[in-house]
Design a protein around this ligand. Sequence first.
Ligand SMILES: [Mn+2]
Length: 289
Amino acid sequence: MNTILVAASVDLGVAADGARLGPKTILNHFHHQKSVSVEADPSIIKSRDKNDLRKNEAELLKYNTGLYHTILNAKKDGYFSLLLGGDHSAAIPSALSSAAVYGNIGVIWIDAHADFNTFDTTVTGNLHGLPLAAIGGFNNTDMIPFHQGKTVSQKNIVIVGGRDIDPDEQINLDHSDVTVFSTEDIHREGASAIMEKALKIAGNGTDAVHISYDLDVIDPLTAPGVSVPASDGISEEEAFEINRTIVSHIGEICSYDLVELNPLRDIDHKTENIAVRLVNEILDSVKKL
Ligand SMILES: [Mn+2]
């Protein structure tokens, strides 16, 4: 199967600048791969008002609407879509376009954060903290008017590597059917064992599984190039063990995101190099499908 790399050059969902430069940085390593780039309007001036709890909402919605249709068309043309972010809000059109094409899907959200806030619980107003709730139909319907189909059933959503969850966000999770495996769970049981469990839950009764991999799940000493680092993360070895488990189940996977590379925060291309290796592994395995 052929993959299309979708460069989501956007950081409207986060106050820190730089994640919009992540996709191009990765694409530079993949000149021969089919790709499409979706750029945010460069004339947008980002909201940085700490009292604004819906930062750049209209601009982000416009961007995600375009991204949704771009990915949807690529999928209808038969491509496996691999989204390069960009802030994590770009995963909304990525996951929901897969839901539109493949029917019932599960989602595995590999991330230090749960991204399960609503407009009522967000502390920062940075909308990259809300996408998983939107994808799981937990409020946040204002973020997904472009999607006509169903959202993803919460019982098929699994967070892997969570460790930095806001108190009110935790209450949202407690009121949902989402499963959370923590960074501690990964250290204790092993990355592949946790991923096997996650794949079972996400795959239970669904037609395919969408993977959304946020680089901030990795310890910031190893992968510093992210916008919202969270200490005590998973090791590089665990990060690749997670990817290897995904590769061993690639036939069940419908789409994949690798998000939040922030080249302005990176040191010696450490995070970039990890990102490129992760993408390479997925490209190689999809090719064999
Ligand atoms: Mn995230």
